[in-house]
Design a binder for this molecule. Structure first.
Ligand code: NAD
Ligand code: DAU
Length: 349
């Protein structure tokens, strides 16, 4: 692999992956980060990388829905590998406004597949990042495996399921060298504060209400983003072509328990005024429509075939994440105030 195109590299997981690839992994080639900079795309997430790896890192502001643009980029930069993170990623937004999800997640992925197919002789790997949400919801017991039938419940998960099917079809029909990974809920540095964990950390720091949907007993399997990055790179290097791999954090927890954990860690670090416990900020609010009850991942295949397992425990991962948000006040302020959007507007006018 010489020239890896990472799409969505200014978002949460993509930025962490680029950082891992260039500064911690054994990859020695170039990274071409293609991102259209939606509300979730923040070039500041990779600003230090751009500075440090000027000879191996290139950012291109482009939309994966622009097929001609994708074809040009593939040719000009001799792309031989792609890792496709670019997506609309937030379930609540997909319920309110599904259109962009259909465009980016389905049409955008299709464009990348076509660009890769048109230059197939050079393609080493098309790795597609997907989600456990394609499998739908679990009851109290059981786990998602790679053979669990797809049963998506939100416009977001339906659009991701659709893109997975397209990727798989390009392998079956055109022999495109693909792999797909379906992972559970990520958390860690640089996550946009619309998702549960960063939202709760930032609200709790400010003494604001902590909105928990429904009864708060929905379960997610939390995966520290660095563990996700090591899993992706392992699959890209050694995963079998045409295969899907599930990635999980081995850390199932009810939402209410994770919110209480965040409250307690923050109380330990600095107390709210009047000695109030942050747990008092927890506010149960109306449930999300179609809210999946439980996700849990069986990652035996990835463990047995490629010897991967997550390193972070939920407790250490959450502590490190809280510390990151506390230490990176400037990033938080610029994201919350929208200043980073202003910068993008002037920089890419
Ligand atoms: P994110 O919302 O933080 O980032 C998405 C990035 O994609 C942004 O930088 C955005 O600007 C870019 N983007 C969006 N539309 C684009 C377009 N049309 N063209 C080019 N770039 C575009 O998302 P994330 O949480 O980092 O998720 C990354 C991937 O991982 C997604 O495919 C998501 O479905 C998947 N995933 C996420 C999680 C999670 O817990 N966050 C879990 C499982 C799978
Ligand atoms: O499982 C993988 C998926 O995880 C990814 O594919 C998605 O891109 C990612 O956004 C995430 O989806 P979720 O819907 O599970 O994540 P979110 O952080 O939005 O919510 C986590 C849980 O917390 C979910 O049960 C809803 C609940 N929640 C969320 C928010 C934002 C609340 O109770 N209150 C909130 O304010």
């Amino acid at each position: 692999m010489k020239n890896i195109m990472v799409t969505g590299g200014c978002g949460f997981i993509g930025a962490n992956f680029i950082r891992y690839l260039l500064s911690e992994s054994d990859f020695t080639g170039n990274v071409i980060n293609v991102d259209s900079l939606t509300y979730a795309g923040n070039p500041e997430n990779v600003a230090d990388i751009e500075e440090r790896y000027q000879d191996r890192y290139l950012f291109i502001k482009a939309d994966i829905c622009d097929m001609a643009g994708m074809n040009r980029t593939f040719g000009k930069h001799e792309i031989d590998t792609i890792c496709n993170f670019a997506a609309e990623s937030h379930v609540d937004r997909s319920i309110v406004a599904p259109d962009a999800f259909i465009q980016t997640n389905i049409v955008g992925t299709f464009n990348l597949l076509e660009a890769a197919r048109s230059q197939q002789n050079r393609m080493i790997r098309f790795h597609h990042i997907s989600t456990d949400e394609v499998y739908g919801s679990l009851g109290k017991d059981g786990y998602f495996t790679e053979t669990t039938p797809y049963k998506p419940n939100s416009p977001y998960s339906a659009s991701k399921a659709s893109s997975d099917h397209l990727v798989r079809a390009y392998y079956k029909t055109y022999d495109l060298p693909i792999t797909i990974s379906n992972c559970s809920n990520n958390y860690g540095p640089y996550q946009f504060p619309e998702k549960l964990i960063p939202l709760m950390i930032l609200n709790a720091l400010e003494g604001k209400p902590l909105p928990v949907y429904g009864d708060g007993r929905h379960v997610r399997d939390w995966l520290y983003v660095r563990d996700h990055c090591t899993a992706i790179w392992t699959i890209m290097k050694n995963g079998r072509i045409g295969e899907m791999y599930n990635i999980g954090g081995d850390s199932e927890m009810e939402n209410i328990a994770i919110v209480k954990m965040i409250c307690d860690i923050l109380d330990e670090m600095n107390e709210l005024s009047n000695n109030r416990s942050r747990r008092e900020l927890i506010t149960f609010v109306k449930d999300r429509p179609g809210h999946d009850r439980r996700y849990a991942i069986d990652f035996t295949k990835l463990n047995k075939e490629l010897n991967w397992r997550p390193e972070a425990s939920l407790e250490t991962g959450i502590r490190d994440t809280i510390q990151w948000y506390v230490d990176n006040k400037k990033w938080v302020e610029r994201v919350k105030s929208g200043e980073y959007r202003q910068w993008i507007k002037t920089h890419y006018a």
